[in-house]
Design a protein around this ligand. Structure first.
Ligand SMILES: *[C@@H]1O[C@H](CO)[C@@H](O)[C@H](O)[C@H]1NC(C)=O
Ligand SMILES: *[C@@H]1O[C@H](CO)[C@@H](O)[C@H](O)[C@H]1NC(C)=O
Ligand SMILES: *[C@@H]1O[C@H](CO)[C@@H](O)[C@H](O)[C@H]1NC(C)=O
Ligand SMILES: *[C@@H]1O[C@H](CO)[C@@H](O)[C@H](O)[C@H]1NC(C)=O
Ligand SMILES: *[C@@H]1O[C@H](CO)[C@@H](O)[C@H](O)[C@H]1NC(C)=O
Ligand SMILES: *[C@@H]1O[C@H](CO)[C@@H](O)[C@H](O)[C@H]1NC(C)=O
Ligand SMILES: *[C@@H]1O[C@H](CO)[C@@H](O)[C@H](O)[C@H]1NC(C)=O
Length: 784
């Protein structure tokens, strides 16, 4: 082995060197490390205290620490392995932390160098008075209460002696400084945790806390070896052992292959460094004696989800998460704050639920197993993923009994579900038998007094289910372009225009003057009326009056006819195109204005029913008192709705289900939903009042709302739109083929005309016969 010594640090490290051992200041150690690392040289460093260790995969660091002054180094080591990653921290300390130490601890937490991956934290320092360790600890309480108004998400580093630990825990809990977002790291330097102190700690833990302990398990004794010389010897020992092993290993391999092959497969410098480091670490962990008296234990509290487990292990506990030794630094077996990183750590919770689509859909499959899905379970699955828990479901039948054998058909709309949370659910939630109730319930003030709700997962509105407006008969379609009064005026005009024309025609002297024969043609009232009628239908008459006066009348009539017929044609086309519908009931006001002709009902025990019952608005009072209270037969009710005799009020989505079911069974669309949505009802998931995770759950629900997932899931559960969802008014506007229904009216008129004409001809023939008979009977005067 070639060994080169240097007494100064401004050196260049040659390529062929395989390892360096430095004893230098922090700055120089890192400077040399960077130089050596380029060449993949193994670096063993003995450095000053409070210096970040070299990366564990590239080198080996031992800080020289005076016994009893290792705390700043521990905090720095934990920070550099990112055991905690704090932006800000509140440090509470008492006299157990010496004055000089405060600065060093602060530096450990705040120093921001390139060597550390975790950034420094902003620090608030709060000193707790040591004089208060007796009975009177109010000043600590006062001190702590000054930070009580801070937002959650704060980190606390508490460096106190054992006597104060439980008191600080107690006070912090009372001041609500401990919650699911805050992190508390207690550093206890003067005491090893024993059964008694652990019991005191466990007593002060609450569900949802994030608390970790770092405590001194160092020993003092004569057989404790320490000091730089010891470390150097030990390290070189380890190095020579590792080098031995490496050379042996390589010789063995080299002996089996040829020189060329060996050049190809020999380990690179990097591989060699990794090999050496592994062996050194192994050796040191097993055999290291230098400074092995200085050791600290790291424990975390397992507090999340303990209350809700029905199994017997539902007690808080401390779990070992790591160990700190001078030579190795921190070796973590778990994370410092397990719940911050891993949430509930895969615990399994019971939930309570029951069938109430589309929120919770509980189904029994063929093999008798119970499956669940629905919007609430979608949300809970997402929660379970982000909070890292699993769940089992206790299923209630209709919100009251645990689901038995004779559960009803799961496709049925459940009407037993009320807006008030059932006693059973409240009991189970309050007694912590379940983590939460996987059920969406209306958020009401009454319920809020007993349980807490998450933020609304959905807002439901009520609507009206009424008959689809019937299409009116189109028999008289040809009449509809004009109103009855228009038709009447028209008839009168024809009746009057005939005689007027006749009079003007008759009394005009022009005919006589010109010697025109005034017999026939327009010279009879009867003919004039027919003429006017013919002109109305744009069938020109045979004759035209000769006199200007009469012609002006005819001309004026033609003008009227032009306007009338154009209007009629245009309107008729419009009436043919647009269906002629009944007036539907679409709003509450519609319903109230027709309250004498239709009955109505409101689904019992809904929030809407309750609200209008207690409302003092006259409109709602009429609505409530006039409604039918007992609907026994759902099918009969729907039949009545279809017939237009009845109207039903419920959640819009339940009505949608009803419409869909009706469509599927009869494939006709006889039901329609009102256009007006009224009465917003907010639904939330039920949790116990002191559930510390409500904030986390709300945060998650908010996130789901923001990305639109909840809306999408709900849409997936709702009935798909079919043709019944279309409003009839718009259908067929673009595409209406005129059919017999539209045309039947004019055929009736034709038929009517023909019938009258047949009657008339019969009458005419009879009259003619009668006339002839009378002529024969009568004595004819003889005319010679
Ligand atoms: C840790 O405990 C040992 C032995 O009890 C003691 O000598 C040492 O000072 C303690 N360390 C600190 C930082 O208080
Ligand atoms: C330190 O090392 C010695 C020798 O291996 C061993 O006897 C002793 O128990 C060790 N101490 C600790 C605290 O590990
Ligand atoms: C959930 O918890 C288990 C147990 O602690 C852990 O192994 C796992 O990584 C965690 N999962 C997540 C996503 O945090
Ligand atoms: C029925 O449900 C049980 C319990 O959820 C489940 O294990 C089983 O696979 C289901 N069977 C079928 C056929 O889906
Ligand atoms: C249903 O009832 C029968 C007999 O009453 C019983 O054997 C069976 O286990 C029950 N099934 C369930 C799922 O409770
Ligand atoms: C839970 O309920 C209690 C009692 O009604 C109330 O004081 C508290 O503010 C509620 N918590 C939330 C987050 O709404
Ligand atoms: C009109 O309706 C018929 C039959 O209902 C359909 O085949 C045709 O595509 C429709 N045309 C338009 C433009 O919608």
């Amino acid at each position: 082995m070639n060994v080169v010594y240097y007494y100064w640090t401004s050196i260049t490290i040659r390529k062929e060197i395989s390892a360096i051992l430095t004893i230098a200041s922090c700055v120089d150690t890192w400077k040399l490390f960077k130089m050596a690392d380029v060449e993949n040289i193994l670096h063993m460093a003995i450095s000053e205290t409070d210096c970040p260790r070299l990366p564990a995969s590239q080198g080996f660091t031992i800080p020289t620490i005076v016994r009893g002054e290792e705390l700043p180094q521990i905090l720095l080591d934990l920070r550099s392995i990112k055991a905690y990653d704090w932006q800000s921290v509140v440090i509470l300390y008492d006299d157990s932390l010496g004055r000089d130490f405060v600065t060093r601890v602060l530096t450990s937490l705040t120093i921001d160098t390139k060597e550390l991956t975790a950034g420094g934290a902003a620090v608030s320092l709060i000193k707790l008075d040591k004089h208060n360790t007796g009975m009177d600890k109010t000043s600590i309480k006062n001190t702590l209460s000054t930070i009580a108004s801070r937002l959650s998400g704060t980190n606390f580093l508490v460096i106190v002696s054992m006597e104060l630990v439980t008191y600080v825990m107690e006070t912090a809990t009372a001041l609500r400084l401990v919650d699911t977002n805050n992190q508390w790291l207690y550093v206890i330097s003067n005491h090893k945790l024993n059964n008694k102190s652990v019991a005191g700690i466990l007593r002060n833990l609450k569900e949802g806390n994030n608390i970790a302990f770092l405590y001194n398990v160092s020993m003092s004794g004569v057989d404790c070896k320490e000091g730089m010389k010891c470390h150097i010897e030990e390290m070189l020992d380890a190095f020579s052992k590792a080098l031995d092993a490496a050379i042996l290993d390589e010789f063995e391999l080299a002996g089996q292959v040829s020189d060329e092959e060996w050049d190809a497969i020999r380990p690179t410098k990097l591989e060699r460094r990794i090999f050496l480091l592994d062996i050194m670490k192994d050796y040191l962990i097993k055999n290291s004696v230098c400074g092995n008296c200085t050791a600290w234990q790291i424990k975390a509290c397992d507090t999340w989800g303990k209350e809700f487990k029905t199994s017997s292990t539902s007690e808080f506990s401390l779990i070992q998460v790591g160990y700190w030794r001078l030579a190795n630094g921190p070796s973590m077996t778990d994370v410092l704050f397990p719940h911050v990183v891993h949430g509930f750590r895969g615990k399994s919770f019971p939930l309570i639920s029951f069938h109430n689509p589309p929120w919770q859909i509980i189904e029994r499959n063929k093999t008798g197993g119970v499956n669940w899905r629905g919007l609430v379970f979608d949300i809970i699955n997402e929660l379970a993923k982000s909070l890292n828990f699993t769940y089992t479901v206790i299923v209630l039948d209709n919100g009251t009994n645990v689901l038995g054998n004779n559960s009803n058909n799961s496709n049925e709309i459940s009407y037993g579900v009320t807006y008030t949370v059932p006693e059973r659910v409240i009991q189970m939630v309050q007694n912590k038998l379940v983590f939460l109730a996987a059920a969406a319930y209306t958020i009401t003030e009454q319920s809020k007094a007993m349980v807490n709700f998450t933020m609304p997962i959905s807002t439901q509105t009520y609507s009206i289910l009424a008959a689809r407006p019937k299409e009116l008969s189109r028999a008289l379609l040809f009449m509809s372009p004009f109103t009855y009064s228009t038709w009447l005026c028209l008839l009168l005009a024809i009746m009057m225009m005939g005689p007027i024309l006749y009079i003007v025609h008759k009394y005009s002297p022009v005919n006589e003057y010109n010697g025109i024969n005034v017999q026939g043609g327009l010279s009879s009232v009867y003919n004039c009326i027919w003429y006017i009628y013919g002109a109305l239908l744009q069938q020109g008459g045979l004759y035209l009056p000769f006199a200007d006066s009469a012609r002006i009348i005819v001309g004026a009539w033609w003008l009227v006819v032009l306007v009338l017929s154009t209007t009629y044609c245009g309107n008729l086309v419009a009436f043919l195109t647009f269906p002629n519908n009944d007036k539907p009931i679409t709003t509450l006001n519609d319903l109230l204005s027709r309250r004498h002709t239709v009955t109505w009902s409101i689904t019992p025990k809904t929030f809407f029913e309750y609200e209008i019952k207690v409302s003092n608005e006259p409109k709602y009072q009429i609505l409530y008192h006039g409604s039918m209270k007992d609907i026994k037969n759902l099918e009969e009710m729907i039949r009545n709705i279809e017939l237009g005799k009845h109207v039903h009020i419920d959640w819009k989505i339940r009505l949608q289900y009803m419409m869909k079911e009706q469509f599927l069974s009869k494939s006709t669309c006889d039901l329609s939903m009102g256009k007006q949505d009224f009465f917003e009802e907010r639904l939330g998931i039920i949790v116990a009042q002191d559930n510390p995770y409500l904030e986390r759950i709300n945060l998650e629900i908010k996130r789901l709302h923001q990305v639109g997932l909840i809306e999408k899931w709900l849409k997936d559960y709702l009935p798909k739109r079919d043709r019944c969802f279309k409003t009839k008014g718009s259908s067929g506007v673009n595409n209406h083929t005129v059919n017999l229904d539209d045309m039947q009216g004019c055929f009736f008129v034709l038929f009517f005309g023909c019938s009258i004409s047949v009657l008339l001809i019969c009458w005419e023939r009879l009259f003619y016969k009668y006339q002839k008979k009378r002529d024969r009977k009568a004595v004819q005067p003889f005319i010679s």
